[in-house]
Design a protein around this ligand. Structure first.
Ligand code: HEM
Length: 484
């Protein structure tokens, strides 16, 4: 339940710290923001953050200190916000001064030497055509998963991440380059993409950004991190992207993103490279990891999965086909489940950082704290499949662009920097979910003693900005009672 008044008064109180007209007032406010214990000279809270997980530790601090706190990443203070109303006020309402990205070695020196221009150019296709392309990728995924379960003969445990990465990589790469789709996780091009994703994520990491935050360590940082980062971009990613750009420009679909960008006057070759690089990583791993969380959650909550089986089966019996994204309002349980999975286990812990243009404060939105905030969600720690069932059926991306009071969850970020791929991801995950529940069953694995082993949803690993489940082996089998 939303406690609007409570949230509003806090928002008013804290926002005056940031955007008050008097500098003196601002400085006093800044000083009053609580700082968690565990800060040490030079390193700030780095050790405290490294001890457990950033997600869990900062959610815990936020519980103790309230909806806004200041942590030190090295010598650099970050304002961490755990209340969505406050985050909305700071990052969306005041978006004109709170929408820069802070400097990090990887994203500025190496990846984006110039001020980036991010274009999410919608292709010349209609929404329905795009949905069909996305459904085709979801069909191909189900086919691959089925083949896998048939070929492994009894051992149906499967590492699902590469399969989901392939779906999203195909969608984003065909949109960007109009290139051939990849048909298997063993495809050499997919292997390269998978390696770029893994290395890229490991390098967009606050712990690796010591040079920025701890000036005395710049030499050590340079030796250990800079070379790896350069290698990732210059030797691993750029050669692949440059050859795909070249092919797209020479023979590609005129409607693909690269060719559309080329036609824009102010966009040069470097900007195309930066844009496709950003989109590749943002458009592949984040949604793949969210899909993985969703599958693991459904594995743990078998009754919730059964509800989806029943609802999708009812639709299929009535219409003699699978539901499309245009039919989503006929499946309120599925919409609610998709939203609840995103709330319960978002794939990012701070989203992407924002920086204010006025005093260069770095602002992080604490996704776990917001989504587990009991002032916002009843029984916030519980997975509740029906949580959003009597709320707006609008898409998460539409709600993210609307009033804060109506927003369902906050994982796509804020204001001017709101994720441009939100709708694409939502359609894709919907299409995958519909097919998965119609055709397959996700079950826990069985240990040698015959016990069911459910994935532990509290086991996670932070890589780059992502929160990745580590206990992720499940059994996927064909539904014997599938209507298709
Ligand atoms: C479940 C899926 C996804 C989640 C949870 C997600 C989340 C986010 C978040 C939190 C941000 C930062 C927002 C902020 O700063 O306030 C972001 C930015 C971004 N996302 Fe996504 N994203 C997802 C899927 C995608 C997809 C599929 C694409 C590409 C097609 C994409 C492309 C981008 C880009 C390019 C940015 C940077 C925008 C900017 O800097 O202005 N994302 N995303």
């Amino acid at each position: 339940m939303h406690h609007h008044l409570y949230a509003c008064s806090r928002v008013y109180y804290f926002v005056s710290f940031f955007f008050g007209t008097s500098l003196k007032k601002q400085k006093q406010g800044f000083k009053n923001i609580p700082i968690p214990n565990g800060k040490v000279p030079y390193f700030g809270h780095l050790f405290a953050l490294m001890r457990s997980s950033i997600t869990v530790q900062t959610a815990q601090w936020q519980k103790e200190l309230g909806s806004i706190m200041k942590i030190y990443v090295g010598v650099q203070p970050w304002i961490v916000v755990g209340d969505p109303y406050l985050a909305h006020e700071i990052l969306a309402v005041n978006g004109s001064i709170a929408s820069n990205r802070p400097y990090t070695t990887f994203s500025h020196d190496i990846y984006a030497p110039n001020q980036r221009v991010l274009h999410m150019v919608s292709s010349k296709t209609t929404a329905d055509e795009r949905y069909r392309m996305q459904e085709m990728e979801a069909d191909a995924l189900i086919e691959r998963l089925l083949q896998h379960t048939e070929s492994v003969n009894g051992d149906k445990e499967i590492n699902i991440l590469p399969h989901f990465q392939l779906v999203f990589a195909n969608v984003i790469f065909t949109m960007m380059y109009g290139c051939q789709r990849m048909t298997s996780i063993d495809d050499p091009m997919f292997k390269r993409i998978e390696a770029i994703m893994a290395e890229g994520l490991a390098n967009v990491n606050i712990m690796k950004e010591l040079k920025v935050f701890l000036s005395i360590f710049s030499f050590i940082d340079y030796l250990f991190s800079h070379a790896t980062m350069k290698w990732v971009v210059q030797d691993l990613a750029n050669p692949l992207y440059l050859s795909l750009i070249k092919d797209a420009l020479e023979n590609g679909d005129p409607h693909c993103l690269v060719n559309q960008l080329k036609q824009m006057d102010h966009v040069d070759y470097d900007e195309i490279l930066v844009t496709v690089s950003d989109l590749a990583i943002a458009g592949t791993d984040t949604p793949a990891i969210e899909t993985m969380w969703t599958i693991l959650i459904l594995c743990c909550y078998q009754e919730a999965q059964q509800v989806l089986h029943d609802k999708v089966d009812t639709f299929i019996s009535k219409h003699n086909r699978l539901p499309t994204f245009n039919d989503r309002e006929k499946l309120p349980n599925l919409i609610s489940t998709q939203k609840e999975c995103m709330r319960f286990r978002p794939p990012v812990f701070y989203g992407l950082l924002h920086e204010t243009s006025r005093d260069r404060s770095i602002i992080a939105s604490n996704m776990r704290a917001m989504h587990m905030n009991s002032d916002i969600y009843e029984e916030s720690e519980k997975f509740c499949q029906d949580r959003f069932i009597n709320k707006s059926n609008k898409t998460m991306s539409a709600l993210a662009n609307g009033k804060i009071q109506e927003r369902d969850q906050y994982t796509y970020g804020w204001g001017r920097r709101l994720c441009p791929g939100a709708h694409l991801a939502e359609v894709q995950i919907f299409s995958i979910l519909v097919r998965l529940v119609a055709k397959l069953k996700i079950e826990p694995r069985i240990d040698p003693q015959g016990n069911l082993v459910f994935p532990d949803l509290d086991k996670l690993h932070e890589a780059g900005v992502m929160v990745i489940p580590t206990d992720r082996n499940v059994c996927i089998t064909k539904r014997t009672d599938s209507l298709l």
